[in-house]
Design a protein around this ligand. Structure first.
Ligand SMILES: Cc1ncc(COP(=O)(O)O)c(C=O)c1O
Length: 382
């Protein structure tokens, strides 16, 4: 049986990752997407054995990565992937940037759906391209994709549509129907769909994650999946990811991708990813179970202390998007909360300029941390 991966609070404070170093030590970090969990024992042993053997050179062939991803995709999602179309890359951010660079010319347009992971707003201009936002539309249970607005954006000319599936910060899963409709539009307007599926493995057991490339022939002809084990197995510092294609058409579109993406991934990251996908499902399920408990606790704490804060229950992942407008915290709630309450959320404006009255919280943490974070919001409840 996998042991409970929750790390004790004292050890967490000795970590050196961005989560624990970005703010002063008295600030509770609820921002960056890292889990407060110990990594899987088998991944830890693999890493320790490579370090003990001074096996830290450049990344050569690592067939374990494609083999692991193919196995995981088939067993978890019933998605049959061709191992020859799984290539190693540095990380999901680099994959997105290099794919965009390979298919575009300066000034081309790329569609996204805000509110969305802040780096999407950086990756696109990094290669001289223009962001076209087709915002998701808030609804009671989950935010919705506006397919009419999406088609209008494609019609005006876009080279790519970068989707976040599952969606950060909403934990929204695009439905099979939505993905099929996206693929039809992408085919009609010759748009490359870049599907960032990094949060896919973290989907809750009562929900279905449907990989974009699995939905139709049109999806296979228009899409590329970028993903990694880094988010789901908590090893983001190791630097490795995969780019997955399924059709000759997309392979041809991506022919300018630098071969060096392989060498620019970390050796430890590549092997950890292979091990995660092939042998670490028990650990993943234990992490999802903890996330589920934490998601429930977050709902209870919000209902008890700040019922006026609107929250959408994520279908996947450990991030939640909170509408704090009713608390009247001022122009930049996240900034004020750090200054006054010493708790760090991600400011809503980082995920789209119109979301000043939202914050993003990472709830893959201790119950005590979650309570302190919600009480920080409660300080503003009248
Ligand atoms: C949707 C999404 N994509 C990509 C990343 C970053 O991935 P990487 O570290 O592989 O660049 C994150 C990190 O939070 C994310 O939420």
């Amino acid at each position: 049986m996998t042991k409970n991966p929750l790390t004790d609070l004292t050890s967490l404070k000795t970590r050196s990752s961005s989560k624990w170093r970005r703010f002063a030590p008295d600030v509770l970090p609820m921002h960056v997407a890292e889990m407060d969990y110990d990594i899987a024992e088998n991944i830890k042993e693999l890493l320790i054995s490579k370090v003990a053997n001074s096996d830290l050179g450049y990344t050569g062939p690592v067939p374990e990565v494609a083999a692991g991803f193919v196995k995981f995709a088939a067993e978890r999602w019933g998605w049959q992937v061709d191992p020859k179309q799984v290539r190693l890359s540095t990380d999901v951010g680099v994959s997105a940037v290099e794919i965009l660079r390979a298919i575009s010319k300066p000034g081309d347009k790329v569609v996204i759906n805000s509110p969305v992971y802040s780096s999407f707003f950086e990756w696109i201009p990094e290669v001289g391209l223009e962001v076209v936002d087709v915002p998701l539309v808030p609804a009671e249970v989950q935010w919705q994709l506006d397919l009419v607005a999406l088609e209008a954006a494609f019609k005006q000319g876009a080279v790519a549509y970068l989707i976040c599936h599952p969606h950060n910060p909403l934990g929204k899963l695009f439905t099979r129907e939505e993905l099929v409709a996206i693929a039809e539009l992408a085919k009609k307007y010759n748009v490359l769909v870049i599907s960032d599926e990094i949060h896919g493995p973290l989907t809750y057991a009562d929900q279905e994650f449907v990989p974009y490339l699995s939905v139709s022939e049109a999806a296979r002809e228009t899409g590329v999946c970028i993903t990694a084990a880094s988010k789901s197995w908590n090893v983001a510092g190791l630097k490795a990811s995969v780019i997955v294609t399924e059709s000759a058409k997309v392979v041809e579109k991506l022919k300018k991708l630098p071969a060096a993406l392989h060498w620019r991934s970390g050796l430890l990251g590549a092997f950890a990813m292979g091990e995660a996908f092939s042998n670490s499902v028990d650990w993943l399920d234990a992490a999802i179970e903890l996330n589920l408990k934490s998601r429930e606790l977050l709902g209870e704490l919000l209902a008890k202390h700040v019922p006026m804060v609107k929250y959408w229950v994520p279908e996947s992942g450990y991030l939640a998007w909170l509408d704090v407008s009713a608390l009247n915290i001022g122009e930049n709630p996240a900034l004020k909360i750090i200054e006054e309450q010493r708790v760090a959320f991600v400011p809503g404006v980082d995920l789209g300029k119109q979301y000043g009255q939202y914050v993003r919280i990472n709830f893959a943490c201790h119950p005590a941390s979650l309570e302190r974070a919600v009480l920080a919001l409660a300080a503003y409840a009248k």
